[in-house]
Design a binder for this molecule. Structure first.
Ligand code: MG
Length: 248
Protein backbone atom coordinates (compact mmCIF):
# COMPACT_ATOMS: atom_id res chain seq x y z
CA UNK A 1 0.00 0.00 0.00
CA UNK A 2 1.29 3.47 -0.85
CA UNK A 3 1.86 5.83 2.07
CA UNK A 4 1.66 9.59 2.33
CA UNK A 5 3.21 11.72 5.07
CA UNK A 6 1.08 14.81 5.70
CA UNK A 7 2.98 17.48 7.68
CA UNK A 8 0.96 20.35 9.11
CA UNK A 9 2.40 23.66 10.18
CA UNK A 10 1.02 24.66 13.59
CA UNK A 11 0.74 28.46 14.03
CA UNK A 12 -1.77 30.16 11.71
CA UNK A 13 -2.42 26.85 9.93
CA UNK A 14 -3.97 24.61 12.61
CA UNK A 15 -4.28 27.10 15.45
CA UNK A 16 -3.96 30.72 16.46
CA UNK A 17 -2.33 31.15 19.87
CA UNK A 18 -2.78 34.95 19.87
CA UNK A 19 0.89 35.51 20.55
CA UNK A 20 0.85 33.59 23.82
CA UNK A 21 3.88 31.56 22.72
CA UNK A 22 5.93 34.69 22.11
CA UNK A 23 6.14 35.62 25.80
CA UNK A 24 8.37 32.59 26.28
CA UNK A 25 11.18 34.43 24.49
CA UNK A 26 11.10 37.09 27.18
CA UNK A 27 11.08 34.47 29.92
CA UNK A 28 14.06 32.64 28.41
CA UNK A 29 16.04 35.84 27.85
CA UNK A 30 15.46 37.05 31.41
CA UNK A 31 16.46 33.71 32.88
CA UNK A 32 19.59 33.40 30.79
CA UNK A 33 20.93 36.98 30.95
CA UNK A 34 19.28 38.38 34.05
CA UNK A 35 17.80 41.35 32.23
CA UNK A 36 14.78 42.19 30.11
CA UNK A 37 14.71 41.34 26.44
CA UNK A 38 15.12 44.64 24.58
CA UNK A 39 12.35 45.54 22.16
CA UNK A 40 13.53 44.36 18.79
CA UNK A 41 11.63 43.65 15.61
CA UNK A 42 12.21 40.13 14.37
CA UNK A 43 10.38 38.47 11.54
CA UNK A 44 8.75 35.30 12.86
CA UNK A 45 6.24 33.98 10.29
CA UNK A 46 7.34 30.63 8.94
CA UNK A 47 10.76 30.77 10.61
CA UNK A 48 12.06 28.25 13.10
CA UNK A 49 12.46 29.05 16.78
CA UNK A 50 16.17 28.41 16.37
CA UNK A 51 16.45 31.14 13.73
CA UNK A 52 14.31 33.54 15.79
CA UNK A 53 16.37 32.90 18.94
CA UNK A 54 19.60 33.60 17.06
CA UNK A 55 18.18 36.86 15.68
CA UNK A 56 16.93 37.92 19.10
CA UNK A 57 20.26 37.22 20.77
CA UNK A 58 22.15 39.02 18.00
CA UNK A 59 19.82 42.05 18.04
CA UNK A 60 20.09 42.19 21.84
CA UNK A 61 23.84 42.60 21.59
CA UNK A 62 24.76 39.19 22.97
CA UNK A 63 28.24 38.28 21.81
CA UNK A 64 28.71 34.80 20.35
CA UNK A 65 24.93 34.31 20.13
CA UNK A 66 25.32 30.83 18.65
CA UNK A 67 26.83 29.60 21.90
CA UNK A 68 23.64 30.45 23.80
CA UNK A 69 20.98 29.08 21.46
CA UNK A 70 20.78 25.58 22.96
CA UNK A 71 20.46 26.96 26.50
CA UNK A 72 17.87 29.49 25.31
CA UNK A 73 15.77 26.77 23.69
CA UNK A 74 16.11 24.48 26.71
CA UNK A 75 14.58 27.21 28.89
CA UNK A 76 11.79 27.77 26.36
CA UNK A 77 11.04 24.04 26.46
CA UNK A 78 11.15 23.92 30.26
CA UNK A 79 8.57 26.71 30.52
CA UNK A 80 6.31 25.57 27.71
CA UNK A 81 3.94 23.50 29.84
CA UNK A 82 3.27 26.50 32.09
CA UNK A 83 1.74 28.30 29.10
CA UNK A 84 -1.15 25.81 28.86
CA UNK A 85 -3.72 27.83 30.85
CA UNK A 86 -3.12 30.93 28.70
CA UNK A 87 -3.31 28.92 25.50
CA UNK A 88 -6.57 27.30 26.60
CA UNK A 89 -7.99 30.71 27.57
CA UNK A 90 -6.87 32.72 24.54
CA UNK A 91 -5.91 30.32 21.77
CA UNK A 92 -8.21 28.90 19.14
CA UNK A 93 -8.34 26.09 16.67
CA UNK A 94 -8.80 27.57 13.20
CA UNK A 95 -12.14 26.91 11.46
CA UNK A 96 -12.61 23.45 9.97
CA UNK A 97 -9.35 22.02 11.31
CA UNK A 98 -10.73 19.02 13.28
CA UNK A 99 -12.93 18.03 10.34
CA UNK A 100 -10.05 18.47 7.88
CA UNK A 101 -7.75 16.27 9.99
CA UNK A 102 -10.43 13.58 10.20
CA UNK A 103 -11.13 13.76 6.47
CA UNK A 104 -7.45 13.46 5.56
CA UNK A 105 -6.97 10.61 8.07
CA UNK A 106 -9.46 8.51 6.07
CA UNK A 107 -6.90 8.40 3.25
CA UNK A 108 -7.97 6.81 -0.01
CA UNK A 109 -8.29 3.25 -1.21
CA UNK A 110 -4.74 1.95 -1.49
CA UNK A 111 -3.26 4.97 0.31
CA UNK A 112 -2.30 5.03 3.97
CA UNK A 113 -1.91 8.47 5.53
CA UNK A 114 0.39 9.42 8.40
CA UNK A 115 -0.30 12.92 9.79
CA UNK A 116 2.18 14.90 11.85
CA UNK A 117 3.54 18.43 12.19
CA UNK A 118 6.40 20.38 10.69
CA UNK A 119 6.70 23.48 12.81
CA UNK A 120 9.18 26.15 13.77
CA UNK A 121 8.07 25.72 17.41
CA UNK A 122 10.31 23.90 19.84
CA UNK A 123 8.78 20.46 20.45
CA UNK A 124 7.51 21.23 23.97
CA UNK A 125 5.78 24.40 22.78
CA UNK A 126 4.18 22.63 19.82
CA UNK A 127 3.03 19.85 22.16
CA UNK A 128 1.46 22.21 24.68
CA UNK A 129 -0.39 24.11 21.96
CA UNK A 130 -1.74 20.96 20.30
CA UNK A 131 -2.66 19.24 23.58
CA UNK A 132 -4.26 22.36 25.05
CA UNK A 133 -6.40 22.90 21.98
CA UNK A 134 -7.38 19.25 21.55
CA UNK A 135 -5.56 18.41 18.31
CA UNK A 136 -2.76 16.14 19.57
CA UNK A 137 -4.84 12.97 19.30
CA UNK A 138 -5.26 13.45 15.56
CA UNK A 139 -1.52 13.59 14.88
CA UNK A 140 1.47 11.29 15.28
CA UNK A 141 3.74 13.85 16.92
CA UNK A 142 6.74 11.48 16.90
CA UNK A 143 6.81 11.62 13.10
CA UNK A 144 7.19 15.40 13.04
CA UNK A 145 10.06 17.87 12.97
CA UNK A 146 10.49 20.90 15.20
CA UNK A 147 12.19 24.27 15.44
CA UNK A 148 15.03 23.12 17.69
CA UNK A 149 16.53 21.12 14.85
CA UNK A 150 17.64 23.82 12.43
CA UNK A 151 17.53 27.51 11.59
CA UNK A 152 16.32 26.55 8.15
CA UNK A 153 12.78 25.28 7.79
CA UNK A 154 13.60 23.22 4.71
CA UNK A 155 16.03 21.15 6.83
CA UNK A 156 13.04 19.91 8.84
CA UNK A 157 11.48 17.99 5.94
CA UNK A 158 14.06 15.17 5.73
CA UNK A 159 14.10 15.00 9.54
CA UNK A 160 10.33 14.34 9.63
CA UNK A 161 10.66 11.86 6.76
CA UNK A 162 13.34 9.95 8.71
CA UNK A 163 11.25 9.99 11.88
CA UNK A 164 8.22 8.66 10.03
CA UNK A 165 10.30 6.01 8.27
CA UNK A 166 11.66 4.80 11.61
CA UNK A 167 8.10 4.37 12.87
CA UNK A 168 6.36 2.93 9.82
CA UNK A 169 9.16 1.42 7.75
CA UNK A 170 8.00 3.32 4.66
CA UNK A 171 9.90 5.64 2.37
CA UNK A 172 8.29 9.08 2.55
CA UNK A 173 10.80 10.92 0.39
CA UNK A 174 9.87 13.32 -2.41
CA UNK A 175 6.21 13.44 -3.37
CA UNK A 176 5.29 10.91 -0.66
CA UNK A 177 5.26 13.95 1.66
CA UNK A 178 2.90 16.93 1.65
CA UNK A 179 3.40 20.11 3.68
CA UNK A 180 0.53 22.40 4.59
CA UNK A 181 1.41 25.85 5.85
CA UNK A 182 0.54 29.53 5.79
CA UNK A 183 3.78 31.19 4.66
CA UNK A 184 6.05 31.27 1.61
CA UNK A 185 8.70 29.60 3.80
CA UNK A 186 6.42 26.58 4.27
CA UNK A 187 6.05 26.39 0.49
CA UNK A 188 9.79 26.79 -0.07
CA UNK A 189 10.57 24.04 2.44
CA UNK A 190 8.27 21.62 0.60
CA UNK A 191 9.64 22.52 -2.81
CA UNK A 192 13.26 22.12 -1.76
CA UNK A 193 12.48 18.58 -0.61
CA UNK A 194 10.47 17.70 -3.71
CA UNK A 195 7.38 17.42 -1.50
CA UNK A 196 3.93 18.69 -2.42
CA UNK A 197 3.12 22.17 -1.06
CA UNK A 198 -0.37 23.11 0.04
CA UNK A 199 -0.76 26.67 1.30
CA UNK A 200 -3.57 28.16 3.32
CA UNK A 201 -4.21 31.91 3.57
CA UNK A 202 -5.10 31.99 7.28
CA UNK A 203 -1.90 33.80 8.27
CA UNK A 204 -0.31 37.03 7.12
CA UNK A 205 -0.11 36.04 3.45
CA UNK A 206 -2.70 36.26 0.69
CA UNK A 207 -3.75 33.59 -1.80
CA UNK A 208 -1.72 35.49 -4.41
CA UNK A 209 1.42 35.60 -2.23
CA UNK A 210 1.21 31.86 -1.66
CA UNK A 211 0.51 30.98 -5.27
CA UNK A 212 3.45 33.15 -6.31
CA UNK A 213 5.66 31.28 -3.84
CA UNK A 214 4.98 28.16 -5.88
CA UNK A 215 2.35 26.26 -3.87
CA UNK A 216 0.80 23.29 -5.70
CA UNK A 217 -2.57 24.19 -4.21
CA UNK A 218 -3.77 27.24 -2.30
CA UNK A 219 -6.81 27.36 -0.02
CA UNK A 220 -8.46 30.39 1.64
CA UNK A 221 -8.84 28.33 4.84
CA UNK A 222 -9.37 24.73 5.94
CA UNK A 223 -13.14 25.10 6.15
CA UNK A 224 -14.02 22.75 3.30
CA UNK A 225 -12.82 19.22 4.10
CA UNK A 226 -13.36 17.97 0.53
CA UNK A 227 -11.25 20.82 -0.83
CA UNK A 228 -8.56 20.04 1.73
CA UNK A 229 -8.52 16.38 0.70
CA UNK A 230 -8.30 17.30 -2.97
CA UNK A 231 -5.44 19.76 -2.30
CA UNK A 232 -3.49 17.27 -0.20
CA UNK A 233 -4.06 14.17 -2.30
CA UNK A 234 -3.40 16.20 -5.44
CA UNK A 235 -6.34 15.19 -7.59
CA UNK A 236 -10.07 15.77 -7.58
CA UNK A 237 -12.32 13.37 -5.71
CA UNK A 238 -14.66 11.01 -7.55
CA UNK A 239 -12.61 10.89 -10.71
CA UNK A 240 -13.93 8.31 -13.18
CA UNK A 241 -12.44 7.23 -16.51
CA UNK A 242 -13.40 9.71 -19.24
CA UNK A 243 -14.55 12.22 -16.69
CA UNK A 244 -11.27 13.83 -15.73
CA UNK A 245 -10.60 17.41 -14.70
CA UNK A 246 -10.35 18.62 -18.29
CA UNK A 247 -13.80 17.40 -19.28
CA UNK A 248 -16.14 20.41 -19.41
MG1 MG B 1 2.62 29.15 10.39
Amino acid sequence: MASLLVLWDVDQTLIWARGVGATIYQVAFRELFNRELPIVRISMAGRTDRAIALDLLTASGISEPREHVDAFQAIQAAHAASMAPQIIARGQVLPGVPEALAAVARGRPGLRVVQSVLTGNVRAMSDVKLHSLGLAESLDLESGAYGTESEIRADLVPIAQRNAKARYGEDFSGAATVLIGDTPLDVAAARMAGARAVAVATGAFTLEDLAEAGADAVLPDLGDADQVRAAIFGEPEHQFPGNGPHTP
